[in-house]
Design a protein around this ligand. Structure first.
Ligand code: FES
Ligand SMILES: [Fe+2]
Length: 448
């Protein structure tokens, strides 16, 4: 439980709010670049601000206010020019700094008006905005955006609740047993598809339900870029063994990584605040090929929107992302944390909130918060704080690295149906890649 003031402090993201000011210190991913190839002018809402992003005819990206300075026409209907975006009404032209550089029928009068504009950059098929004070820091090259020899696809959804509910899910390793285990099972039972869908021992349901057995405690600690957390199991309490399971990597402020970098399937889940009560959820999915196997080249990283609701308006609940999304929305537009009852399993969430509060405090004191990089970004930044072991070694197949360490490598055997990936445009080439990885491992094992 936290106070009402603290709840406001951690959740509101508009200009001038404590969390909003923190968010404005980061490069914020807000659009798959591929969407600009389909339509070069798009309206977007980021941190409660209505903006228009465009790609002009020379390829420059701009992110400007959504209203023409003349008579306030919505610039989402604008016309891309050689350098900038023209208003569709009388042709006023704006460049990526927001400067009005041409007023076709007002040549006789001088004008030096400027509208709101923010720097934008593209990395790994995503468009990022920086909405904070100048100068903009470096756009961090987090590992999944730049890891070589991989297939990628980007899933985007608008979730109708505050961003922090989605991000708190990251500090919640135990929800898997229920939201992705028992709930999943219940949904399939009601649909009469339980046997058919979960026949494979690789199905998520089997492993997830096991995660609930024998939990003794949770742990969480701050790391260089975010947080590490996991579950401590006890044999005495019913677990298979006494052990500690580390869970997904957290990169402050809004990234979570599932799957190891360089593995056949890893993903950033990025929770971008659209405004106080809407979140852009981005699943940035990478399917890496180990050395000796070549992933097919992608000229454009494709995007998709996994459906969350059926034609009757009922939630779709038979894949992992949709199960997460429904429980986030079901906590309310901005969950009232003064009313909650936390348990031991919420230890990482308490740390996550404390870390957020501390970083907001840094900005309030005029200091740079964590994960703001001056100058150039390193070529690659490993969010876990260390280079992943084994994945990039030439003897991966002999060492059975993929076989033993990958959570999801068997998409060619039907595993993709568990999650949003099943709707992804790159799925067929991923299945082919996984089949080739599987074959290489089998042949290494049989020749060993
Ligand atoms: S309203 Fe935009 S140019 Fe007139
Ligand atoms: Fe989940």
């Amino acid at each position: 439980m936290i106070t009402a003031q603290m709840n406001e402090r951690l959740t509101r993201v508009g200009p001038g709010t404590p969390c909003g000011e923190l968010m404005r210190r980061y490069w914020i991913p807000f659009l798959p670049f591929a969407q600009l190839l389909e339509n070069p002018v798009r309206k977007v809402r980021i941190l409660g601000e209505d903006l228009v992003v465009y790609r002009d005819r020379s390829g420059t990206l701009g992110l400007i206010g959504d209203r023409c300075l003349h008579r306030l026409v919505d610039m989402q209907f604008g016309i891309p020019d050689e350098c900038g975006l023209r208003c569709p009404y009388h042709g006023w032209l704006y460049d990526e700094t927001g400067a009005c550089t041409d007023r076709p029928m007002e040549a006789a009068t001088r004008f030096s008006g400027k509208m709101k504009a923010y720097p934008v950059q593209e990395l790994g098929g995503l468009v990022f905005a920086y909405m904070g004070p100048s100068p903009a820091p470096a756009l961090p090259r987090w590992d999944l955006f730049v890891w070589p020899n991989a297939i990628r696809q980007i899933a985007v959804n608008t979730i109708d609740c505050n961003w922090l509910q989605c991000q708190e899910n990251t500090g919640d390793p135990t929800h898997s047993a229920w939201a992705h285990g028992h709930l999943f099972k219940y949904v399939l039972e009601r649909e009469g598809r339980l046997e058919e869908r979960t026949a494979s021992e690789n199905h998520t349901i089997h492993t997830r339900m096991n995660w609930a057995k024998g939990i003794k405690d949770l742990y969480a600690k701050q790391t260089r870029y975010g947080m590490e957390k996991g579950v401590i199991y006890s044999k005495e309490l019913g677990a298979d063994s006494d052990r500690v399971d580390r869970h997904s990597t957290v990169i402050f402020p809004f990234y979570t990584q599932t799957g190891k970098t360089g593995s056949p399937r890893s993903e950033y889940q990025i929770r971008v605040p659209i405004d106080d009560t809407h979140t852009l959820h981005i699943c940035y999915q990478t399917y890496a090929a180990p050395p000796g196997i070549e992933a097919p080249r992608q000229d454009v990283i494709p995007w998709y929107e996994p459906p969350m609701w059926d034609e009757k308006g009922q939630p779709i609940l038979d894949f992992v992302l949709a199960q997460d999304a429904i429980v986030w929305v079901a906590q309310g537009p901005i969950t009232d944390r003064t009313q909650e009852t936390l348990g031991r399993t919420d230890i990482p969430i308490v740390l996550l909130r404390r870390q957020l509060d501390e970083q907001i405090g840094r900005v309030e004191r005029g200091e740079a918060p964590m994960n703001v990089f001056e100058g150039e970004s390193p070529e690659i930044i490993f969010g876990s704080g260390q280079e992943p072991e084994g994945w990039n070694q030439p003897d991966w197949a002999e060492r059975q690295i993929v076989l033993t360490q990958s959570f999801r490598k068997l998409y060619h055997k039907g595993l993709a149906v568990d999650d949003a990936d099943r709707y992804g445009p790159a799925l067929d080439i991923v299945k082919d890649l996984h089949r080739r990885i599987d074959e290489a491992e089998i042949s290494a094992r049989t020749s060993a």
